[in-house]
Design a protein around this ligand. Sequence first.
Ligand SMILES: Cc1cc2nc3c(=O)[nH]c(=O)nc-3n(C[C@H](O)[C@H](O)[C@H](O)COP(=O)(O)OP(=O)(O)OC[C@H]3O[C@@H](n4cnc5c(N)ncnc54)[C@H](O)[C@@H]3O)c2cc1C
Length: 259
Amino acid sequence: MSDVANAPAAVPGPVPGMRRPPGRLWSMEVVGARDLNPRMRRVTLTGPDLHELEYKPGQDLVLQMPLADGTTGRRHYTIRSLDKKTGRLDIDFVLHGDSPSGNWARDAKPGTRIEANGPRGRTVLDPMADWHLFTGDETCIPGILGILETLPSHAHAWAFVEVADASDKQPVNCKARLDFQWLERGGAGGPSDFMLKRVQGFKLPPGTGHAYLIGETSNVRAQRHDLLARGMTKEQISAEGYWRPGRVGGHDHIEERPH
Ligand SMILES: Cc1cc2nc3c(=O)[nH]c(=O)nc-3n(C[C@H](O)[C@H](O)[C@H](O)COP(=O)(O)OP(=O)(O)OC[C@H]3O[C@@H](n4cnc5c(N)ncnc54)[C@H](O)[C@@H]3O)c2cc1C
């Protein structure tokens, strides 16, 4: 199920047709932007009340992205970091082509304004898990790296991140015992069995782990299916489709039983 991305911009208070409140509204202004690499651009924003924004690493904001027709559309973007002292918030945008968010990030300059609702999102750390498995593509780098940075030193984690090539790699900071693999797929991204094969080759460690599966929807669904078939429970898996070909904005809940 996906939500409606190009619905009119959310406003505070109940909105007909929405399943849950949109969350607090944040008015932000760009203070800077820079390319982290050829396909990822970091936009730094500020706002008068960002010091009041409470979020868990991995959660996102729903940006009210300007569209070509003068309206706005909803686009989910992970909070990469927030410095409450300076009131600065970073969002990392994948430049995947000619799209509203990519174009906005390319053009963003000091003074550019945007509004957002949130935070939202359930793909956050399960602190009770004995081990953690993270998988995702470029759109998931902000979430996965953000969570890894907060893992305690006694945690044990594996992270597999699919990228086009070596230029997409970023520094990974983590105190925990971590097996991190950048998986270079080459060629175009999207639906494929590329990450599924890596997950199928992952031997489930002993204990009760938690898997965080995010990225292109059909890939996430296939990985979840595999882990469920190998004995992980639904409660041990957080899965969310971050994008899929042809879908405009939104997100896909992946909770149905495999078939
Ligand atoms: C919870 C959550 C957190 C997210 N966090 C981030 C984040 O931190 N950084 C980030 O870059 N993205 C993130 N995404 C993904 C992002 O919201 C989508 O990629 C979104 O569709 C981008 O909007 P757009 O305006 O660029 O393209 P849209 O207008 O939504 O789509 C235009 C076309 O591009 C295609 N498309 C969309 N995304 C991609 C892609 N990645 N690769 C190839 N084709 C694509 C669509 O299928 C559509 O055909 C997140 C998504 C979710 C649900």
